[in-house]
Design a protein around this ligand. Structure first.
Ligand code: SF4
Length: 399
């Protein structure tokens, strides 16, 4: 095993910092060195976060119908992905949806709406929802993700009790205009600055797999470091049919782990969150990735299904992790009902592929999940499954 990454971790633990060359070396490490990378990045993870996993839960307050043209997004103008489309959830429905995630182990609720940015009336709605949520669930963290902010809006969110604001840079500045043309990289940076100035914790991250080079991934991570992002969601492109990135599969499970490890080396004490695309891209390496990242989303994503919340909880428990804020929950019976219940998505998965691996990675020796870069058959198996439960439906949430 290579000592190079262990030495890098030691240097960082002693107060040094990863250089761009270090980050590139992590990203370009041969697959046979993967476990040296994980072991070294895991030292930084354990130093700052121990064996705790922060669990986040997405509530899609308003879905689809967006006038922006982010090419990766199933909600963008021009997207023909058959996603749920609805306008604002009522306050009560938003609280009900958030409550499902909180009961499932989440400590942070991410309240998201599609669109270029909120109107002041939209801010009124999120203010009311936040106040009601904080009244009902003591200690809950709220992150708002509403698009580009105008002057004064971040301050209103902060005053209502919102803790954090998410606005991803998504990719390197040098790649930004290839993925969206209706707003600029500077627009995005401006909103992160507004959130930060208002005292909101900045949450900003990436989407990997958008045609970027290795150097551009490094560029994006150093930009996030410079911006002072407290939480860094690392998304892996979900190539929805009906979007410009349909059938774009650039990632392998080992590359995804290396991207997360690179994020850990560059920003050792920040929350590195495995975000959208976790199941389809990391597949059987999801748990390995948790040894370098310290945060995940529970259950479903904005417009697509995640693996069963039960599988998320089992993955954490079985690998010796505990949930931040509920450190004894795997031992005190909190989730016994969940662990003893049949999988919510089992019937769906069984109907989708012979081994049930469409959204979860089956963990068996069927071979469907074992490929490196996805071949056509594997890609077909792991395509995004459109969310048809939770927010915007009458079907119970996956939480
Ligand atoms: S990422 Fe946000 S702004 Fe861009 S198309 Fe999707 S919902 Fe609209």
């Amino acid at each position: 095993m290579s000592a190079q990454f262990d030495q890098l971790a030691t240097r960082i633990l002693e107060g040094g910092a990863a250089t761009e060359a270090d980050a590139l070396a992590v990203l370009q490490a041969p697959d046979f060195d993967l476990m040296s990378v994980v072991a070294a990045a895991g030292r930084l993870r354990r130093e700052h976060f121990g064996n705790k996993v922060k669990v986040n839960y997405l509530v899609n307050l308003k879905s689809g119908l967006c006038p922006e043209n982010c090419n990766y997004c199933s909600q963008a103008i021009g997207s023909e992905a058959p996603i749920l489309k609805y306008s604002w959830l009522s306050k009560d429905d938003a609280i009900k949806q958030a409550g499902a995630g909180l009961k499932g182990g989440a400590s942070r609720v991410c309240m998201v709406s599609s669109g270029r940015g909120p109107s002041n009336r939209d801010i009124d709605k999120v203010v009311e929802m936040t106040e009601a949520l904080k009244d009902e669930y003591e200690g809950v963290e709220v992150c708002a993700c509403l698009g580009l902010l105008k002057d004064g809006q971040a301050e209103r969110l902060k005053a209502a009790g919102v803790d954090a604001y998410n606005h991803n840079i998504n990719t390197a500045e040098s790649n930004h205009d290839n993925i969206v043309q209706t707003h600029t990289y500077d627009d995005r940076v401006d909103t992160i600055g507004k959130a930060k100035s208002a005292g909101l914790s900045p949450c900003s991250g990436l989407i990997a797999g958008l045609g970027e080079s290795d150097e551009q991934l490094v560029e994006a991570l150093f930009a996030l470091k410079e911006l002072g992002s407290d939480s860094i969601p690392v998304n892996f492109l979900m190539p929805f049919d009906g979007t410009p990135y349909e059938n774009t599969w650039e990632l392998s499970p080992t590359r995804c782990v290396k991207i997360l490890a690179m994020a850990r080396f560059v920003c050792p004490d920040k929350e590195i969150r495995i975000a959208g695309g976790r199941e389809m891209h990391l597949r059987t390496l999801q748990a390995t990735a948790l040894h370098v990242a310290n945060s995940i989303f529970l259950g479903d994503y904005l417009t697509s299904e995640g693996q069963d919340a039960k599988a998320d909880l089992e993955m954490m428990r079985d690998n010796g992790f505990v949930i931040l804020g509920q450190e004894n929950a795997f031992n005190d019976g909190t989730f016994d009902d969940v662990f003893n219940a049949p999988s919510a998505g089992a019937a769906h998965a069984a109907a989708t592929t012979p081994c049930g691996s469409a959204t979860t990675g089956c963990g068996t020796s069927c071979g469907g999940c074992a490929a490196g870069l996805a071949d056509d058959a594997v890609a077909e198996d792991h395509k995004p499954v459109i969310r048809q439960r939770g927010a915007g439906t009458e079907v119970p949430a996956n939480a």
